[in-house]
Each structure stands twice: as structure tokens, then as C-alpha cells.
Design a protein around this ligand. Structure first.
Ligand SMILES: NC(=O)C[C@H](N)C(=O)O
Length: 236
């Protein structure tokens, strides 16, 4: 599993990659950011760091869902998984979040199990700063999902924030960056964005991407292209 967290005020980030049997890799990534002098710790080193912090190991069967196991048995070739899974109705397992506070501080986090049938040791975009996530108070916080190799080729999260530095709105920057990835490397994926002013953007060229924006007690959400539902957040 791979995860990253980034603080847009200090530009500090923490990430872990190829970490095994940890329930919440993004919490371990946060510890990398807050408790070490490093940005990224991988593999055995990440597990050793977790042990040092007293974070318990979770047995593999508690982390692998039946659906994930079925997909793994069916999509035994990585290329097939990339070509078909992102274009299917099935969910993929990356989770991303972006946030802004009342003072305009932005932050982001991304966590993933990667892509079905990846090689042992393969690291995708998610834990790589500027690829699977980026946060800078001077532009925006961005979290990405999709084909990691394509996302890394175009440093997708940083491309969104760069487009905002050039004056694009959060939505325009998100759309432009996804289109750029499609045109340059035929990549599929999606991004969520929030600026320091609280402007949001959501864009994807996969068949679906579940997303939600919570603001002032209201949640907007969607999953299929063009969807934008709205309802009040539950009070408790
Ligand atoms: N579903 C995903 O977003 C996968 C992730 N971007 C990776 O390539 O590892």
C-alpha cells in the first residue's frame, strides 16, 4: 500500500510506499511528515518505522476484500487491469481528500492499494509528491486517482496547481490537466481540487469517479459524468 499527506502552508509532505499489513497507511505517512526528517519511507523501512511507533500489523486477510481477491484472480495481467478496470463499473481502491481551513491553509492526502496485478515492488503515482497529490497555499490542494504510470509521466497534481498559478479556475485547471494527460500519454484518471479561497474542481476521464464536496452544512456529490447532486449534511 502507498499513501501521502501534504501541508500547503509549509510544503511539508510525508509518504510511504510498498508498506504491508498496516490498517491506515496515510496515518503512517503523517508520522513520516511530523516525526522524521524525511519525505518518503518505503517497504521494509516503512514497516520498521510503524513498528517503532507501536502501530500494529494487521493480517492480510483483514485487508483484502472478496471483490479485490476476485479482481486479482480475473485480471491477472497488469495491462488488462489498467485498460479494463478503470473503464468498468467496478470501484478502484484509491481514496483522496483535499481540504481548506478558514485561513486559506490547504492540505491533501491520497491512499491506495495500487492497481490489480502490479509487480511486487511497483510504486504508482499516489505516494509521489506532485504526482498523486500536491498542496500549496499559493495555488491549491490536489489529489489524483487513475493509471499511476500515466499520472507520473505528466506529474498530474503539480500540473493542476501550475495551471492555477497561471490563472485558471480550480475546475478549468482540473479539466485542462486531465485533457493534457489524455493527449500526451493516453492516460485515464481523475482529480479533486480545492484552492485557498475554497474554490473546488472535480474532473475525470474514467467511466466513473465517486466524489463529494462538503461546505456550510451541504454536501454536493456525484459518480457518473455530469452528475451533481446536493443535500444537507446530517446534523449529528
Ligand atoms: N486506483 C488508482 O488510483 C491507482 C493508483 N493511481 C496507482 O496507480 O497506484
Amino acid at each position: 500500500m502507498d499513501a501521502i499527506i501534504m501541508d500547503g502552508q509549509s510544503l511539508r509532505a510525508g509518504s510511504v510506499a510498498c508498506v504491508q499489513n498496516i490498517a491506515h497507511p496515510v496515518s503512517l505517512a503523517r508520522q513520516v511528515m511530523e516525526k522524521t526528517d524525511h519525505t518518503m519511507i518505503v517497504g521494509e523501512g516503512a514497516n520498521l518505522f510503524a513498528k517503532e511507533l507501536g502501530i500494529p500489523q494487521v493480517p492480510t486477510d483483514q485487508l483484502v476484500t472478496d471483490i479485490a481477491r476476485q479482481q486479482w484472480e480475473e485480471y491477472n495481467k497488469y495491462k488488462r487491469a489498467v485498460n479494463e478496470l478503470f473503464d468498468s463499473q467496478l470501484g478502484h481502491d484509491t481514496v483522496g481528500a483535499v481540504a481548506v481551513d478558514s485561513e486559506g491553509n490547504v492540505a491533501c492526502a491520497t491512499s491506495t492499494g495500487g492497481i490489480t496485478a502490479k509487480r511486487v515492488g511497483r510504486v504508482g503515482d499516489s505516494p509521489v509528491i506532485g504526482c498523486g497529490a500536491y498542496a500549496d497555499n499559493e495555488s491549491a490542494a490536489v489529489s489524483c486517482t487513475g493509471h499511476g504510470e500515466a499520472i507520473m509521466s505528466v506529474t498530474l497534481a503539480r500540473t493542476v496547481s501550475f495551471n492555477m498559478e497561471q490563472g485558471a479556475s480550480a475546475q478549468a485547471a482540473a479539466d485542462k490537466s486531465i485533457a493534457y494527460m489524455k493527449n500526451r500519454v493516453d492516460g485515464t484518471g481523475g482529480v479533486i481540487v480545492v484552492s485557498g479561497e475554497g474554490e473546488t474542481g472535480v474532473s475525470f476521464n474514467t467511466r466513473r469517479m465517486p466524489w463529494a464536496v462538503v461546505r456550510d452544512g451541504t454536501v454536493r456529490f456525484g459518480m457518473n459524468p455530469g452528475e451533481n447532486f446536493q443535500k444537507e449534511c446530517p446534523k449529528d
